[in-house]
Design a protein around this ligand. Structure first.
Ligand SMILES: CC(C)(COP(=O)(O)OP(=O)(O)OC[C@H]1O[C@@H](n2cnc3c(N)ncnc32)[C@H](O)[C@@H]1OP(=O)(O)O)[C@@H](O)C(=O)NCCC(=O)NCCS
Ligand SMILES: [Zn+2]
Length: 228
């Protein structure tokens, strides 16, 4: 199976892209206070609409997306569309969208912040064995290691659609220096494949697919599509 990951950068944002969005997306766009947050959201939505528009021969604005949240039904949930499984992530300068025609996907990208307090974050998001591993590392290595754990876990819970409703302390993944696998999560009984993504040395990123089959990842620069 091939999973396409389309990548954009904040500088790819142009005001004209907002014409691709539906009313709910335009309201969300208007509600972001910071220009960078606006750009990240806009680019995620425009990438989905342009890729699906090309695939299904529709105008980007005519692509129907469902973003309803299962908790409150406001349009801030996992984005879904007929005929394509999707997942979006944005952090720092990067925006990624994963696409597969039938298998659920989850992508997570995080800018590694060297200032984060990895030890306290470990208390709320790592299992005991994971926190112990983190504590064996030099303090200067912990931010990246924690963020690798985090993106692997988030990719899994984004693929299942649980998001942060899942207790990440129970989503146990392999250590950052090991190939990525989901070791254990009592909250989900099906198959999961995990892949670390190369997103540049300042970032950690992972893809999860709910399948027995390891995915081939095809990374695509969305720049030309967003300028067309
Ligand atoms: C989405 C989430 C898993 C990760 O967030 P994050 O690391 O801060 O942000 P990312 O950029 O990696 O991911 C954001 C994307 O996740 C998607 N998303 C939202 N809820 C999701 C879920 N339950 N499962 C999978 N994906 C989800 C959205 O498409 C969102 O993109 P958008 O902002 O462009 O619409 C986490 O924020 C979450 O679970 N949010 C839902 C919780 C919430 O706010 N509940 C409110 C209840 S009323
Ligand atoms: Zn909600």
């Amino acid at each position: 199976m091939t999973v396409e990951i389309w990548w954009a950068r904040v500088r790819d944002a142009r005001p004209e892209l907002a014409a691709d969005l539906d009313d709910a997306e335009k309201s969300r766009l208007a509600a972001y206070a910071r220009d960078e947050d606006k750009a990240r959201f806009l680019l995620g939505a425009a990438m989905i609409r342009r890729v699906l528009g090309q695939r299904f021969i529709k105008a980007p604005a005519a692509v129907k997306l469902d973003r309803s949240c299962p908790d409150c039904s406001r349009p801030h949930g996992k984005v879904t569309s007929e005929g394509m499984q999707l997942s979006v992530s944005h952090s720092g300068d990067l925006i990624a969208v994963a696409f597969h025609p039938s298998t659920a996907v989850g992508v997570d990208v995080e800018l590694v912040d060297p200032q984060i307090d990895a030890d306290s974050l470990a208390g709320v998001s790592l299992g005991e064995s994971e926190a112990k591993y983190l504590a064996t590392l030099e303090p200067g290595e912990r931010a990246r290691a924690f963020t690798t754990y985090w993106t692997r876990k988030e990719a899994v819970v984004k693929a299942t659609g649980d998001g942060i409703r899942a207790d990440l302390r129970k989503v146990i993944v392999s250590a950052p220096d090991q190939p990525p696998v989901l070791v254990e999560w009592p909250g989900y009984g099906g198959p999961v494949q995990l892949v670390d993504l190369q997103a540049g040395h300042e970032y950690a990123a992972a893809l999860a697919v709910l399948s027995d089959e390891a995915p081939d990842v095809r990374s695509i620069d969305a720049g030309p599509l967003l300028r067309s």
